[in-house]
Design a protein around this ligand. Structure first.
Ligand SMILES: *Cc1c(COP(=O)(O)O)cnc(C)c1O
Length: 396
């Protein structure tokens, strides 16, 4: 942990691992994308890798590509192999092992696709996978079977059949664009997709799931924000796992989105050695609120192939929620969920505050472990009701 990780401060880490000259093009998103660290040579030119990391990079080529924007790379601690940023984006040898509980498609999405690219699991909303590319790749990606394009399986979104499905299914109120990262599309392409969705009368609101505000805040231009604001109500769920990710550049990008009227939520994944500590989670949720981002979900890490070194036990997630509830505002507390393996959808998990129930009362525990009884309502006795009627009559 860096001392500043727990401070409510927004540091800029540029230019960091890049020469001072890079600052001229630093804020250009295309420069950031062109200069991503995506090979062992690039990586070793900047960092001393551990043997576990070097082997991981060599193995990653046929599973989930490595790619790290200079902006995000600059958050890496040069001298700390356990750096929480490093663990999220630099492959490790452990990825090469598939634990018996792990799956290629842990959330059973492929079996819930009426049209390739469209996941329809819940009654009123769909997940629309519009691209298989991201600005950088998270090593625990739940969709690593298709994301980054190096594996055997490929995402083949069928645009026209997907739009037709959405037009025909009037029960769908809500479309969540994800992938991959939809904000990698050009403004024009995204505008066309959003316009097409907005033309469907029963679709009430749109959402985009994106880690671009964190990996590539330079992409959040005033032009993008102006385009997005034409399609309201439009929400964005970002993906932040560690307070260090909230730099001054990220804070400013989030402010541009919030000022464009986009309600912002955060989804994080509970990861071993990254954010499996109450102090880190507290610092994260408080900094998110300072950026006008409401913590939405914290996910138990999916049972994705090669993720055992990043997963925690479920009880750790419950303890983290318990460490937040009552100790900070409810606005700062995300819902802890497990996406049911094989296709159960999001299942909420909460600390148990209901200690006992029965005999017309419940016994509750508060955040300080004090017990409280809360009784069910007592029915009004018939004779008392009768008396009240008579009293009322005597007032006429
Ligand atoms: C997460 C998810 C959604 C959206 O769920 P919300 O709880 O509404 O955020 C929709 N469809 C699928 C398949 C999902 O995994």
């Amino acid at each position: 942990m860096r001392p500043t990780d727990l401070e409510p401060t927004f540091l800029s880490h540029a230019p960091g691992y890049w020469p001072e000259e890079a600052m001229e093009t630093w804020s250009d998103a295309r420069w950031q994308l062109r200069n991503r660290v995506d090979s062992l040579a690039d990586l070793e030119a900047r960092l001393n890798l551990t043997d576990e990391e070097r082997a991981g990079v060599l193995l990653a080529g046929t599973k989930l590509a490595m790619s790290i924007t200079p902006h995000y790379f600059n958050l890496i601690d040069r001298d700390n192999p356990d750096c929480p940023i490093r663990r999220q984006v630099i492959p490790r040898i452990e990825e090469g092992w598939t634990a018996p509980e792990e799956l290629a498609d842990p959330c059973g999405e492929d079996s819930h696709m009426p049209v390739p690219g469209l996941v329809h699991r819940y009654p009123d909303r769909v997940l629309f996978l519009v691209t298989d590319r991201c600005a950088s790749y998270c090593r625990y990606c739940t969709r690593s079977r298709v994301v980054s394009g190096v594996g055997e399986q490929h995402l083949e979104t069928q645009w026209e059949p997907a739009f037709r499905y959405l037009e025909q299914h009037t029960e769908i109120r809500d479309v969540l664009l994800s992938g991959g990262d939809p904000l990698l599309f050009s403004d024009d392409r995204l505008d066309k997709i959003l316009t097409r969705l907005r033309a469907i009368p029963h679709i009430q609101f749109l959402r985009i799931g994106s880690r671009i505000p964190i990996f590539l805040p330079q992409r959040i231009t005033p032009e993008l924000c102006a385009m997005l604001s034409k399609h309201h109500p439009l929400f964005i769920s970002i993906h932040t796992n560690h307070p260090r990710e909230l730099t001054s550049e990220v804070r400013d990008a989030l402010a541009r989105l919030a000022n464009a009227g986009v309600p912002l939520g955060n989804q994080s994944v509970l990861l071993r050695g990254v954010n499996d500590h109450i102090d880190i989670q507290k610092a994260l949720v408080h900094k998110l609120l300072m950026c006008r981002v409401r913590p939405y979900y914290v996910y138990q890490c999916d049972l994705i192939n090669g993720s055992s070194h990043l997963r925690t036990s479920v009880s750790e997630g419950i303890s983290i929620i318990e460490g937040l509830r009552g100790h900070t505002t409810g606005y700062a507390i995300p819902q802890f969920v497990i996406d049911g393996p094989g296709g159960g959808g999001k299942i909420p998990l909460n600390p148990n505050y209901l200690v006992d129930s029965g005999n017309g009362r419940v016994t509750l525990r508060n955040y300080e472990n004090e017990l409280f009884d809360y009784p069910d309502p007592t029915p009004i006795p018939a004779n008392i009701l009768q008396n009240l009627h008579q009293q009322a009559l005597s007032h006429t």
